[in-house]
Design a protein around this ligand. Sequence first.
Ligand code: FEO
Length: 163
Amino acid sequence: MILDKKIYTLLNDQITKEYYSAYLYLQIAAYYDEHGLDGYASWYEKQAHEEEEHAMKIYRYLHENGQEVKLGQIDAPNVTFNDFLEPVKAALAHEEYITGCINDLMTAAKGVHDYRTMEFLQWFVHEQGEEEVNANRMVKLMETFGGKKLGLFVLNEKVKERQ
Ligand code: FEO
């Protein structure tokens, strides 16, 4: 199937956005690793791998539908962190942004009656819901317990258990 040009462009661009997400999470992982929070570091390394998988899902979908993949430039994550709360907040804000991108894609697919792409995107709609729940939880936990050293230690261990 030849995709509508707008749908094609949005999907192709989404590959870059998913890789940017991976890059952002790796930067967050590095920050936590450099501050001794190995549980948080491995959690965000895992998120980075998941984002690469998201990109590859779209890459394969384009090929399966006879489309060229044109990889875009991945920007460096434009973030600096001053405390342990800022990275989890940045992750939540980013997931909300990505949800918006997926919604825009779904709206565009609906507009041209591209039911196949709508079905394909449904997985991402569900995934974004889960990721926002997780990201929100990371913010709430850090806000509540992260200000105390013992609280931070326990949180770091808990995050390890959840992987
Ligand atoms: Fe694949 Fe969390 O955006």
